[in-house]
Ligand binder design. Structure first.
Ligand SMILES: Cc1ncc(COP(=O)(O)O)c(C=O)c1O
Length: 280
């Protein structure tokens, strides 16, 4: 964990930083966030994260108190102060602190901005060997496209995965696979990459978008179309897509092997191309 926190106005020592007990992020989960990956001291896909933050803010009617330039400058100074080379930056914006009441606070209440860093190595072994996942009912709301602080269903699902010794929980609404608790999911069927469309039922993942772009550039066919649990079980390959997992092979789903039970060639090819983007 880094030593500093960026609060929008200043860099503070983390152990001296505080948030009001009536901050709406704390009381209601009334806010949004982004997790940026940092490779070699540089923010990966920075612009796409800003675009998503702006969209999430607009969707829940938070007026961002800083411009993207100011936010970008702030988190760059945070990364420098923490000497972060490989890890993540977590940035959160809540609707601010005000006497508790569900409706929006009076205008003039300033959104609370906090950011911190964390060292994180790339998950090399898991990328090499693949991971197992368990399926969980998707009990979330119908605006999963907003990167909101409300993550309780995701927390419970990840805990279920953790207790099952799995890496990730994959959500399904009825028979339809949506996404992971903190990742998107794709399968490969007869050489075609298939993933849930970017609608209200999933987060529009930046890694998902990168994987689709890569697939297009290397001639892998893509279908942005939802698939079922049975199709996931029967897939030739399956993968998680996310800022911290990159393009991660799934080798087991609910204790059933995916394909040969080892990372498949399309997943490997996509990840190899993804690594080129990281090193670019
Ligand atoms: C629910 C959910 N889906 C998908 C993703 C992957 O998105 P990204 O690739 O932008 O990290 C995340 C990332 O945290 C997530 O929380």
């Amino acid at each position: 964990m880094g030593t500093y926190v960026w609060t929008g106005d200043e860099l503070k020592q983390r152990d001296g930083a505080a948030v009001d007990v009536e901050d709406r992020g704390y009381n209601f989960g009334d806010g949004i966030y982004e997790v940026f990956r940092v490779y070699g001291g540089r923010l990966f896909e920075e612009e796409a994260h800003w675009d998503r933050l702006i969209r999430s803010a607009a969707e829940i009617r938070i007026d961002l108190p800083y411009t993207v330039e100011e936010l970008s400058f702030g988190i760059s100074s945070l990364m420098k102060a923490d000497r972060l080379t490989d890890g993540i930056v977590y940035l959160q914006v809540s609707r601010g602190a005000a006497p508790r009441g569900h409706a929006f606070p009076p205008s003039g209440v300033r959104p609370t901005v906090t950011a911190f860093t964390k060292d994180m190595a790339r998950p090399e072994a898991a990328l090499r060997d693949g991971v197992s996942v368990v399926t969980q009912p998707d009990i979330r709301w119908l605006r999963c496209d907003i990167k909101s602080l409300n993550l309780l269903p995701n927390v419970l699902a990840k805990q279920a995965a953790s207790e099952a010794g799995a890496w990730e929980a994959v959500f399904h609404r009825g028979d339809t696979v949506t996404e992971g608790s903190s990742s998107n999911v794709a399968i490969v069927q007869d050489g075609t990459l298939r993933t849930h469309p970017a609608n209200n039922l999933i987060l529009h993942g930046i890694t998902r978008a990168a994987a689709l772009r890569i697939a297009g550039s290397v001639g892998i066919a893509v279908r942005e179309e939802a698939f079922t649990l049975d199709e996931l079980y029967a897939a030739d390959e399956a993968m998680l897509l996310g800022t911290t997992v990159e393009i991660m092979p799934i080798v087991r789903v609910d204790d059933r092997a995916v394909g040969q039970g080892t990372p498949g060639p399309v997943t490997r090819q996509l990840h190899a191309e993804f690594v080129k983007l990281i090193n670019h």
